[in-house]
Design a protein around this ligand. Structure first.
Ligand SMILES: Nc1ncnc2c1ncn2[C@@H]1O[C@H](COP(=O)(O)OP(=O)(O)OP(=O)(O)O)[C@@H](O)[C@H]1O
Ligand SMILES: [Zn+2]
Length: 726
């Protein structure tokens, strides 16, 4: 018997040993019994010396992938991920696989699409007589160039039959579709800065080289990505393109299709149907697809011949997964590029301070695009409107109302951007001040007027809008704060003839919703857009010329040290939507703190000023990126229980072990959002300038938590490395 170490979907930090008569190559998918159930597993190592009684070792039941293994670099990536995020390897491995490959069943490998053409002997044959015109047309198709079955079927429904016959005669031959295909030239000539960036990246093909492409909004970053992607693809290598969200960026997908029409491309995101996801994943792994586009989970796509990684909008928080395996896809992408020796380009108009700092340190090469690419596009003018002494009507000042009215009269497109963070319409009793909160979370319930409900946006609790206050019985309940719905209603009243469209999670929940909205906007069927964060993403509406920002101040009161960075990025993004083509753009921000550094930097649209000041502050406080952090969290029915586990672990560690001196500990403290879905949440932060010391301490913490979980069975814990949530 040969013993194998397998990765299984179980919460264990070590691998499990199973036996098989022959040695199976690492990366093979197999089915084994675990607690009597048949489950899928991946061979991590074979020919190992068993550490347990060999009589207890179970056999591998079936081999699920005889002819294909998960490649070594993929396994290395997963081993690193599990180690770095202190997560069970087997569970990390399963999280990185699509559902189809997590089941204990064999999966047929996808066939590479074929192209057909006449063979040499076929070319010597007379074509079918012209009176059989469909057959004749098929033959002519095959004669002129290689075509796919689908193209042939479009000519003749019986194409498969004829093709079979002709293949048997040896008149037709088939070849796999080339994965790269021909790439048409870009409609644009790159400008000097774009060309410079592209040239520098190309010089590093075939080696690890991280670039930070810092380009203002509309500066043509995408064209730079496309230019280098085309070059890599033409060398026969694969490209991995990561972006924050796919459904909300149909425009980008459309541009990809236009630019790479015959390149075999697969898309991987959480809404890709399970079967499709498995087949896309395998196509990428087998090298049948040249271009892989996806959201954070796509960073785990095994690729046969990867030559370039691009991470667009690298500052976006959605690259961080905030449940279970809490990984940061951008960071893993950099690790992956280093491991396989290829360049990686992180692009943003407002880079994360982590990446900016690395570029300042020289660890990343900084590339800049400082002007808008479109010939007549200009950066919008940004106005801060101090509303401290202005009367507001439904949240809008007179200036803003007039701006909106004038823009509507002139046929322009306006956008009202509401900063939703920490803010949503709540219900409030005018007599006693009672605010309706969620019974399960430390959050206010959000008023959904149309649905007649109060809803919690953190758990799924909802209730009908109450008629009176539960505390004092008063029936006069008022909505406080603005939601998109209230603004929409008010604007409709202000501008009865305007076509107003609200864009929020409710009406973009489905895959095609945004595409429909987008085409409406492009066909100029909309005059005013009202929405939240979703509207800030990289959309390109050429005729958008007025952006109004409401309630942005809410973010300034957050206790999260990253709140200013996040707000600045968001406002720069949203401002960047205006004036992208021939229309001059204007941005108006209503604020009570116009002197705040975020707004000051915004008004001059100067990321560098902001980043420099913010980094100086972080350095003084020794915050990331000047230190590294991890959060150890616990949740339980009560805050006392949650904190107890952390306190016990802390005490144990302090009494029995010495943590590296560079590591400091804060807490336990409640999380900013202390109560979630009925659980109270506490955390301890570990912080150190030295990454190795930090990881060493996490390991110590980890073993204590595992030890204590038996004593506190009702408290759950987790480790969040490089946390973004506070
Ligand atoms: N070299 C060029 N010449 C002319 N137009 C260009 C050029 N490069 C890009 N453009 C056009 O400029 C506009 C902005 O480009 P692109 O979307 O690539 O910018 P971006 O930096 O990715 O923008 P954002 O980050 O704001 O989404 C697009 O309409 C694009 O087609
Ligand atoms: Zn709730």
């Amino acid at each position: 018997m040969i013993y194998h170490q397998l990765a299984l979907n179980v919460p264990l930090y070590s691998l499990l040993t199973y036996a098989h008569p022959t040695a199976l190559p690492a990366g093979t998918r197999v089915a084994v019994r675990f607690r009597k159930r048949l489950v899928a597993a991946i061979v991590w190592e074979s020919n190992v010396q068993p550490k347990i009684d060999i009589n207890k070792i179970l056999p591998i039941e079936t081999i699920l992938s005889e002819d294909w293994q998960l490649p070594a670099d993929w396994r290395a990536l997963l081993s690193f991920t599990a180690r770095y995020y202190h997560y069970p390897l087997g569970q990390a491995v399963m999280a990185a696989l699509p559902k189809g490959l997590r089941q204990p069943e064999a999966v047929p490998l996808p066939h590479q699409e074929l192209m057909y053409t006449l063979s040499t002997s076929g070319r010597l044959q007379p074509p079918p007589p012209a009176r059989f015109h469909k057959q004749h047309a098929l033959w002519q198709c095959l004669q002129s160039a290689p075509v796919t079955l689908q193209q042939l079927k479009a000519k003749h429904t019986q194409a498969t039959n004829y093709l079979n016959q002709w293949q048997q005669q040896g008149w037709v031959q088939a070849k796999p579709v080339p994965v790269c295909g021909s790439i048409p030239a870009s409609p644009y000539q790159l400008n000097q800065q774009q060309q410079h960036a592209s040239t520098l990246i190309q010089a590093k093909f075939g080696q690890f080289a991280p670039f930070l492409l810092y380009g203002i909004t509309g500066s043509g970053k995408t064209e730079v990505y496309f230019d280098i992607m085309a070059k890599v693809l033409q060398q026969g290598r694969q490209v991995l393109f990561l972006l924050p969200e796919i459904n909300l960026t149909p425009q980008l997908m459309q541009r990809v299709r236009q630019r790479f029409p015959s390149t075999v491309t697969v898309i991987l995101h959480s809404q890709t149907a399970a079967g499709q996801r498995t087949s896309n994943y395998l196509q990428a792994a087998l090298g049948q697809a040249a271009l892989v586009i996806g959201t954070r989970l796509a960073v785990f796509t095994p690729m046969h011949n990867l030559g370039l990684i691009v991470v667009d909008e690298e500052h976006d928080y959605s690259f961080k997964q905030e449940s279970e395996l809490r990984y940061q896809a951008r960071d893993l992408a950099v690790w992956r590029a280093q491991q396989i020796n290829c360049p990686i380009v992180l692009g943003s108009a407002t880079p994360s301070l982590e990446s900016w700092y690395k570029a300042q340190q020289g660890a990343y090469q900084l590339l800049q695009l400082s002007e808008r690419a479109h010939a007549s596009a200009q950066l919008p003018q940004i106005h801060l409107l101090d509303i401290r002494r202005l009367p507001l009507d439904n949240g809008l000042s007179d200036v803003i109302k007039q701006k909106l009215q004038a823009n509507f009269a002139n046929g322009g497109l306006s956008m009202i951007y509401l900063n939703r963070r920490g803010f949503a319409p709540a219900l409030f009793c005018t007599a006693c001040g009672h605010i309706f909160g969620c019974p399960n979370c430390s959050a206010k319930m959000v008023l959904h007027q149309h649905a007649g409900q109060l809803r919690c946006h953190h758990c799924d609790f909802h209730q009908r809008i109450p008629h009176c206050c539960p505390e004092c019985g008063n029936q006069d309940l008022t909505a406080v704060g603005q939601g998109t719905q209230r603004i929409e209603e008010y604007l409709q009243h202000l501008l009865p003839d305007a076509r107003i469209l609200r864009v929020d999670r409710d009406n973009t929940a489905h895959r095609h919703d945004w595409a429909a909205i987008y085409s409406k906007i492009m066909q100029r069927q909309i005059d005013i857009l009202v929405g939240t964060q979703m509207l800030a993403k990289g959309h390109d509406f050429p005729h958008l010329n007025l952006v109004v920002v409401l309630n942005a101040d809410n973010s300034l009161y957050s206790a999260d040290f990253r709140a200013p960075e996040r707000l600045f990025a968001e406002l720069m993004q949203v401002s960047g939507r205006a004036g992208r083509a021939n229309y001059k753009g204007e941005v108006w921000v209503q604020t009570r703190q116009p002197e705040h550094k975020v707004y000051q930097a915004l008004s001059t649209q100067n990321y560098v000023t902001f980043a420099t000041a913010e980094l100086a502050e972080r350095q003084e406080l020794c915050m990331p990126p000047f230190s590294h952090m991890a959060a150890i969290r616990a949740d339980a029915k009560t805050m006392r229980e949650a904190q107890e586990l952390l306190r016990q672990a802390l005490q144990g560690i302090e009494q029995q072990q010495s943590l590296p001196t560079s590591v400091s500990t804060f807490g336990p403290v409640p999380m900013l959002m202390a109560r979630l879905a009925g659980y109270e949440r506490a955390q301890i932060f570990l912080e150190s300038k030295n990454r190795r010391d930090l990881h060493h301490s996490i390991t110590i913490w980890h073993s204590w938590l595992q030890h204590l979980e038996k004593i506190y069975p009702h408290t759950r814990w987790l480790i969040d490395v490089d946390p973004l949530e506070m």
